[in-house]
Design a protein around this ligand. Structure first.
Ligand code: SAH
Ligand code: SF4
Ligand code: F3S
Length: 447
C-alpha cells in the first residue's frame, strides 16, 4: 500500500445490532477527537469504517460488496478512500478480509476500537494493520467521553455471551460476558442526560446478565442499576435490550411494577416453541419455562408489550415442531417480533448438524410465521386505540407539520403540530395501522 495523507473526513457505516450502532458512535467520537470531521452528506469520505455484522450469511457478505463499491467510487473520483473493517466480521474473518480485499487497510475487532488512532498512523505510512485481540481492559474506558446529542441514547452496559447457542457466532465475535462497572455507567448516563437524552436504552448481548457493585459496595443486578438510573433528574425513560430468559431475576421483574421510568416493554427472544429444537439450540430453557417467566412479567406490569426473536428451519425442524413456534406466538401475543431463516455459520455446531432444511421450506415457514406475527402486532396496536400515553418526540415526519415519536410500548406514533425534538407530549392514540399509530396531542408535558 502507498503512504497516504492524513484523512480529513470520515464515515462510519454500522450494520447489525444496536451494540454495533453504539460502538459506531463511540468510534466516530474517537475520530472527531483526532481532528477528523464527519463527511458531509453526499460526499465521499477520506476514511470509511464498515462496522460489520456476522450474525447471518447475508449480513456478513455485505462487507465485500460494500468494499467493491468503495473501490469503484474511489477510482471514479481519482482518490481511493482509506477503508477500515470493524465489527463482528472483522473479528471472525480478519485474515480472510485482508487476503480477499487488498483495498482494506485496517481490520479492527469489536474489543480493540480504542487502538484505532495507532492503526490509522500505520495505515498512513502504507502498512496494513489488524487488531482482533480481546484485551482484558475494557475498551470503553480508553475511549473519549460521550458527546452525543439527541433525545434517545444507547448505553452499552454488558458485552459478550457465554451461552453458546449452537447456531450463533456472537460468543466467538464478542467474547465472554463482561459487565461495565456501575459507577462508569451512572457517570455516562449523567453525561448523556446533560447532552439532551430523555431516554436511555441499556444495551448488552445479554443485558440482564449485567452484575456489579453499587455505590455502597452491595451486589446489584440490572434491576438495581435501573433503580439508580431512575433517580437521574431529566431522564424520563429507561429501556433495555436484549435479555436472555435464563438471566432474569425477581428484582428486574419487580422493577417493571415499581419504577415509573422503566418502560412497559420487554424484548425476550425464545427462538422456537418446541423443546427438542430448543435443546438442540442449547437454549437451556423450555417453552413452558419461558411462558411462566412471561406470566411473571405480566403480573408485575399487566400492560407490558412483549417482543421476541425467532429462527425457522433450524436443522432437523419438522413441520410439527415448527407448528409449536406458531403456537407460542399465539400464546404470547407479541407486540412485535424479529424472525429469521436459519443461516449456517462457520464454526458453529449447528452448521454441521444433520437435517439442514431446504431453502424453499424455510421460505414457506418464515412466511407463515410472519403472517402470525403481523396479526398479533396489528391486534396489539388496535387494542391501544383510545389509550392516552406519553410520547417522546424523536423526529420530523415526511409531511410538513408531522412528527414521529415512540409510545411507552415502543410503537411508532405520528401526530401533527408544532414541536421540538425531545419534547414529551401527551397523546391519545386515535388510529392504528400495522406499523404505527396516529396520535392526537392532548398536552405538552415537558419541553
Ligand atoms: N443475545 C440475543 C440475540 C443476539 S443475535 C439472544 O440470545 O436473544 C439476534 C438474533 O439473531 C437472535 O436472537 C436470533 O434470533 C438470530 N440469529 C442468531 N444466529 C442466527 C443464525 N445463525 N441464523 C439465523 N438467525 C440467527
Ligand atoms: Fe447468541 Fe445465544 Fe448468546 Fe444470544 S444467547 S448471543 S443467541 S449465543
Ligand atoms: Fe451482528 Fe455482532 Fe451484533 S454479529 S448482531 S453485530 S454482536
Amino acid at each position: 500500500m502507498k503512504p497516504s495523507a492524513p484523512p480529513q473526513t470520515y464515515r462510519v457505516k454500522s450494520f447489525g445490532c444496536q451494540m454495533n450502532v453504539y460502538d459506531g458512535e463511540r468510534m466516530a467520537e474517537l475520530l472527531a477527537e483526532q481532528g477528523i470531521a464527519p463527511a458531509p452528506e453526499g460526499e465521499e469520505a477520506d476514511l470509511v469504517i464498515l462496522n460489520t455484522c456476522h450474525i447471518r450469511e447475508k449480513a456478513a457478505e455485505k462487507v465485500y460488496s460494500d468494499i467493491g463499491r468503495l473501490v469503484k467510487a474511489g477510482e471514479e473520483a481519482g482518490k481511493a478512500p482509506l477503508i477500515a473493517v470493524a465489527g463482528c466480521v472483522a473479528q471472525a474473518e480478519g485474515e480472510e478480509i485482508m487476503a480477499r480485499a487488498p483495498a482494506v487497510s485496517i481490520v479492527v475487532g469489536p474489543q480493540a476500537y480504542h487502538r484505532l488512532p495507532e492503526m490509522l498512523d500505520k495505515a498512513q505510512q502504507g502498512e496494513r494493520a489488524t487488531d482482533t485481540d480481546m484485551p482484558a481492559i475494557a475498551k470503553f474506558d480508553a475511549l473519549p467521553q460521550r458527546k452525543k446529542r439527541g433525545p434517545s441514547a444507547f448505553l452499552t452496559v454488558q458485552e459478550g455471551c457465554d451461552k453458546f447457542c449452537t447456531y450463533c457466532v456472537v460468543p466467538y465475535t464478542r467474547g465472554a460476558e463482561i459487565s461495565r462497572p456501575f459507577s462508569h455507567l451512572v457517570d455516562e448516563a449523567h453525561k448523556l442526560v446533560e447532552a439532551g437524552a430523555k431516554e436511555i436504552t441499556l444495551l448488552g448481548q445479554n443485558v440482564n446478565a449485567w452484575r456489579g457493585e453499587d455505590a455502597k459496595g452491595r451486589r446489584a443486578g440490572l434491576g438495581g442499576l435501573i433503580r439508580t438510573l431512575a433517580g437521574i433528574d431529566g431522564l424520563e425513560r429507561i429501556r433495555y435490550t436484549t435479555s436472555h430468559p435464563n438471566d432474569m431475576d425477581e428484582d428486574l421483574i419487580a422493577a417493571h411494577g415499581e419504577v415509573a421510568k422503566l418502560m412497559p416493554y420487554l424484548h425476550l427472544p425464545v427462538q422456537a416453541g418446541n423443546d427438542r429444537i430448543l435443546k438442540a439450540m442449547n437454549r437451556q430453557h423450555t417453552a413452558d419455562s419461558y411462558l411462566k417467566l412471561i406470566e411473571k412479567f405480566r403480573a408485575a406490569r399487566p400492560d407490558i408489550a412483549l417482543s421476541g426473536d425467532f429462527i425457522v428451519g433450524f436443522p432437523g425442524e419438522t413441520e410439527a415442531e415448527f407448528a409449536d413456534t406458531l403456537s407460542i406466538v399465539d400464546e404470547v401475543r407479541y407486540a412485535a417480533c424479529f424472525s429469521f431463516k436459519y443461516s449456517p455459520r462457520p464454526g458453529t455446531p449447528a452448521a454441521t448438524m444433520d437435517g439442514q432444511i431446504a431453502p424453499e421450506i424455510m421460505d414457506e415457514r418464515l412466511q407463515r410465521l410472519q403472517s402470525r406475527i403481523a396479526h398479533h402486532q396489528m391486534a396489539f396496536n388496535a387494542a391501544s386505540v383510545g389509550k392516552t400515553c406519553t410520547v417522546l418526540v424523536e423526529r420530523k415526519g415526511k409531511h410538513p407539520g408531522q412528527w414521529l415519536g415512540k409510545s411507552p410500548w415502543l410503537q411508532s406514533v405520528w401526530f401533527e403540530g408544532d414541536y421540538q425534538i425531545g419534547d414529551m407530549i401527551e397523546v391519545e392514540l386515535a388510529e392504528a395501522g400495522p406499523n404505527s399509530l396516529r396520535g392526537i396531542v392532548r398536552q405538552t408535558v415537558t419541553v
